[in-house]
Design a protein around this ligand. Structure first.
Ligand code: PGA
Length: 241
């Protein structure tokens, strides 16, 4: 069975006090959210501990936005998977385009991080997607297939979420047409050995386009950046109709 996963990606936003303020407005909006939807907040490392304590035993899961592949070692500035597990983290975003673009993330390091995440019992959310230039030159499919092929070597597809995030749609308000997102996600699914992997769409998901996105048959959820920062807005996304 394909699970529905609606995940917020807070990026480098919200101090602890801002995170707690968000929760106050958000939690009460989820009372009627159907049980089969997994709701996840992928937050800065500094918010993980307090949110995990506040949400313990509830329906909102906590995710991190990166992880190192070694369990421990001389890697100044890095965080390991066992450190996340101890805090009650359940998901980790891996290979987000911002990490690939600004922090030298490659398909090889993505692959190492995916395996370390799974080894620690966490679920990775692997991000793939093309640039505008790749799309315009007809390289969307080949680029994404290459990201999958290199990223998924020896990765367990029973414990995996994939997010299709066209880079040109991230933070731009220029959402990918839902039919096109559905088409690409169908192609991604065809490349997997496990057809039941949850595949999300990400890129300018908003309260006013989520219903249409989730109506597409191949789309199993959303990875939401900007619109996940507002409690009412993100609740509307979680409560898509
Ligand atoms: P956005 O970001 O919703 O602000 O476009 C999505 C993402 O980067 O995951």
């Amino acid at each position: 069975m394909r699970k529905i996963v609606i995940a917020g990606n807070w990026k480098m936003y919200k101090t602890q006090s801002e995170a707690l303020e968000f929760l106050q407005g958000f939690k009460s909006e989820l009372e009627d959210t159907p049980d089969d939807r997994e709701i996840v907040l992928c937050v800065p490392f500094t918010d993980l501990d307090i949110l995990s304590k506040m949400l313990h035993g509830g329906r909102i899961q906590i995710g991190a936005q990166n992880v190192h592949w070694e369990a421990a070692g001389a890697y100044t500035g890095e965080i390991s998977a066992p450190m996340l597990t101890e805090l009650g983290v359940r998901f980790v975003v891996i290979g987000h385009s911002e990490r690939r673009q600004y922090f030298g993330e490659t398909d090889q390091t993505v692959n190492l991080r995916l395996k370390a995440t799974q080894k620690a019992g966490l679920t990775p959310i692997l991000c793939v997607g093309e640039t505008k230039q790749q799309r315009d030159s007809g390289e969307t499919e080949s680029h994404i297939f290459s990201q999958l092929e290199k990223g998924l070597v020896d990765v367990d597809q029973q414990n995996l979420v994939i997010a299709y995030e066209p880079i040109w749609a991230i933070g731009t308000g220029d959402t990918c047409a839902s039919i096109e997102a559905n088409r690409v996600i169908g192609l991604i699914r065809n490349k997997l050995s496990n057809p039941h992997v949850t595949i999300q769409y990400g890129g300018s998901v908003k309260p006013d386009n989520i219903d249409e996105i989730m109506a597409q048959p191949e789309i199993d959820g959303a990875l939401v950046g900007g619109a996940s920062l507002d409690p009412q807005g993100f609740a509307r996304i979680a409560n898509y109709r």
